[in-house]
Each structure stands twice: as C-alpha cells, then as structure tokens.
Ligand binder design. Structure first.
Ligand SMILES: NC(=O)c1ccc[n+]([C@@H]2O[C@H](COP(=O)([O-])OP(=O)(O)OC[C@H]3O[C@@H](n4cnc5c(N)ncnc54)[C@H](O)[C@@H]3O)[C@@H](O)[C@H]2O)c1
Length: 373
C-alpha cells in the first residue's frame, strides 16, 4: 500500500507532506540518481516545480546528492519559487531553449527530463510554432545528445519525454478507459493539432532513436494533473475555478459542464514520472493519471465550491458562460479517462490521493501563491 499523506493546513505543509509522500512512494527508486547529473528542461513549469523540489528533498537524505541542472526558456514566465531553487546546493538554473542543440560542453548529463512544452491549450494556441518546435526539434536535440554520448562511451541512464493524453484526441467510447495501445482520433489541422500532432511525432522520434541507436528514452502520457505549481493564470480549468473562488466571485464554466475527465493530483503523478524515467522500458509509453472518479466539469466545479466553503467560508456558486475565445471548445475531448494497467503492473505506479484531498491541498496552496492573479 502507498504511504498516506497527513492533512496539511497551509501551503508550506502541503508541499512538505507532498514531498515526503513522493520520496516515500518512490521507495528507493530515486537511489539510482544519487551522485548522478540530472537535467530537467522546461523545469520552470508546473510539473517542473515538484520534479525539482522532489530532488532537493531527496538530496537531504541521499547517500550522494543528485546534481541537478534546470533549463527553461521562460516563455511562460519565471515562477516565484525559482529564486529559492537556484540557491539550493547542487542545483543550477539557466536560460536555454530546447530548440537549440544540446552539446556535451554544457555538461555530462546522466539523465534528462524533457518537459519543455507549453501545456495549456489557451497558450499553446498562441504559440503554435514554438510548441511544435519544442516537441519535435527539442526532443530531437535531446536524442542526438544521447546518441553522441553513446558514441563517446558515456551512455545516459535514462531520458523521459513528456507526451500527453491528447495524442488520443477524442477517443471513441469503446476505447475509454484508454490504454496505450489505442491509436487515437486526432485532427492534424485543428486548433489543438500543433500540440497533439507534435507530441505524436515526438513519440515516433523517441521510439526510433531507442531501436536504431539504443537511446534509453521513455515516454509519459499525462492525464490532467493538478495541484501546487500550476500557475493560477494558466487558463486550465482548475486554476480558473480556483481563481474565481479566491476572488470571492462565482465560478464560471465555459462549457455545458458535461465533458468528463479524471484528475490526478501532482504528488501521485510525480511518483509515476520518476518511475518511468528510472524503471520504464526503452521506447515505451506509459499513461500516468488516475482511472477514477471520472467526473464532469460540473461536478468538478461543485466540488471546488464545497471544499472552498469548508476551508474559506466561500459563498459563491457555479455559473455558465460562453467563452469569448471562439476556439475554446473546438476538438476538446468529451471524455478522457486512462487505463493505467501498464504503469501499475510494470512500474508499480499506484496513485492514491483522492480528489477531495487533492483539491483541498490545491486551494490551500493557491491561497498563498496567487502570482499574476
Ligand atoms: N500538466 C499536465 O497535466 C500535462 C498533461 C499532458 C502533458 N503534459 C506535458 O508535460 C510537460 C510539462 O507540462 P507542464 O504542465 O509543466 O507545462 P507548463 O506549461 O507549466 O511548463 C512548461 C515549461 O516549459 C518551458 N518551455 C516551453 N518551451 C520551451 C523551450 N522551447 N525551451 C525550454 N523551455 C521551454 C516553459 O517556459 C514552461 O516553464 C509538457 O511537455 C506538457 O506538454 C502535462
């Protein structure tokens, strides 16, 4: 059984409990990183927050510390937590665009996580070319680095490429819950195609560098993560609801409330990502998310209201509006729910944090971290 997290009462406790939970549930898996050099590209983003903090936390008790380099081009801004991170021992933070070649003069990296891609539909539609470049040229650069290191007799231990559940598009009902074997139902020209199709091609690059050049690359397909680190202005559904709530106004829903998702709290997801990096098979993809509950946007909004009533005496309600963004709902999948059997069986990935606890932690964190509100 996974370790349980105890209930936090403020943002600092939320993060501390989550990091304890992550390291405990990795159950020695991170030991492989001890004394090695980890590069995280796109490390200033939402997932970057807990990926980097987990390593800092692990270093406090590691036999040998992990050396960590964090690169980002900061296209989505510089988060407040980055200043503190850059002062940590064994950590360096630099501006770097993954579209530029990665060479051994920058460092001898033993492990690389490629998380460099805007993930919010609102923002990747504003930067479609940059999004495609990050997921195609960017992963190609990482794979070429690994190929060069192989030739130099300095093979990497592992690479993690972040793909997405969006590569499945809008799955037909027979393929929900969706397993890794489903090939997808995706538009190659719609407003989301810059993201979905570049992730698909990025995966194809990974598979072929694994088979042709023995590059130890593994792929994550995240399904709707949420929690601390997700910018409140990121225009994803949960931060939007939380922002409304924290401003003591009604929660606005820009759909009829019927699309459904499962939501995976960040601490569970991060355990999954490190398990893929360190235990996954080369050239293989793994769904990371939770199978249940699959809830509608309406139920999600109502749950935010009830958790907020309890925590902050929130008095608002849920209202429906039409978005001023005409493309907001185009190609938005009706249902999204993963089959995580592969990660459960091969990686011992076992998400356990329920939605009420996750939302409670998220609201507590946002209450003290309302950047660009
Ligand atoms: N969070 C989720 O639920 C989710 C779901 C599916 C896929 N993903 C994938 O996981 C990865 C991380 O997601 P996230 O939620 O942290 O996204 P995010 O948008 O919060 O962070 C992405 C980070 O990458 C940086 N970046 C973008 N382009 C870059 C480039 N060319 N070079 C260097 N840095 C660049 C951004 O500045 C940002 O800091 C992305 O690849 C995303 O597509 C996330």
């Amino acid at each position: 059984m996974p370790e349980k997290t105890t209930q936090a009462t403020n943002a600092i406790e939320v993060v501390e409990h989550d990091l304890d939970y992550i390291v405990a549930n990795l159950d020695g898996v991170l030991d492989e990183l001890a004394g090695r050099h980890l590069l995280i590209i796109g490390g200033a983003g939402f997932l970057g927050y807990y990926l980097t903090q987990s390593i800092v936390h692990f270093n406090k008790s590691a036999s040998k510390p992990v050396k960590m380099t964090v690169y980002d081009n900061f296209i989505r801004g510089v988060p407040a937590w980055l200043t503190t991170l850059s002062k940590e021992p064994f950590v360096s933070v630099d501006t770097f665009d993954v579209v530029d070649p990665l060479t051994s003069t920058q460092g001898q990296f033993d492990y690389i996580i490629h998380a460099a891609s805007i993930a919010s539909p609102t923002f990747y539609r504003q930067y479609p070319i940059e999004t495609m470049d990050a997921n195609v040229t960017g992963i190609r650069n990482v794979l070429e680095y690994a190929r060069t290191q192989n030739k130099a007799g300095l093979p990497l231990g592992g690479i993690l490429f972040y793909s997405t559940s969006e590569i499945y598009g809008d799955p037909d009902p027979a393929n929900i819950p969706t397993a890794e074997t489903y090939r997808g139902n995706v538009s190659c020209t719609g407003p989301r195609a810059c993201y979905d199709e570049s992730k698909r091609y990025g995966e194809t690059l990974c598979v072929n560098f694994a088979t042709q050049h023995d590059v130890p690359v593994r792929i994550a397909r995240p399904f709707n993560n949420y929690g601390p680190g997700l910018k409140i202005d990121d225009a994803r559904v949960l931060p939007d609801f939380c922002r409304d709530m924290l401003n003591q106004r009604d929660i606005v829903m820009y759909s009829d409330g019927t699309p459904t998702r499962t939501f995976c709290y960040i601490a569970d997801a991060i355990v999954g990502y490190f398990r893929i990096l360190l235990l996954g098979k080369n050239g293989e993809s793994y769904n990371i998310g939770t199978e249940s509950p699959e809830i509608s946007m309406r139920v999600l909004a109502d749950t935010v209201v009830s958790v907020a009533e309890d925590l902050f005496d929130y008095k608002g309600k849920v209202v429906m509006q039409t978005s001023s963004d005409n493309e907001y709902l185009i190609d938005n999948p009706n249902r999204r729910c993963p089959d995580i059997t592969k990660a459960r069986t091969q990686l011992k990935y076992n998400p356990a944090i329920d939605i009420d606890t996750g939302l409670r932690n998220t609201l507590l964190w946002y209450a003290e971290n309302r950047e660009q509100d």
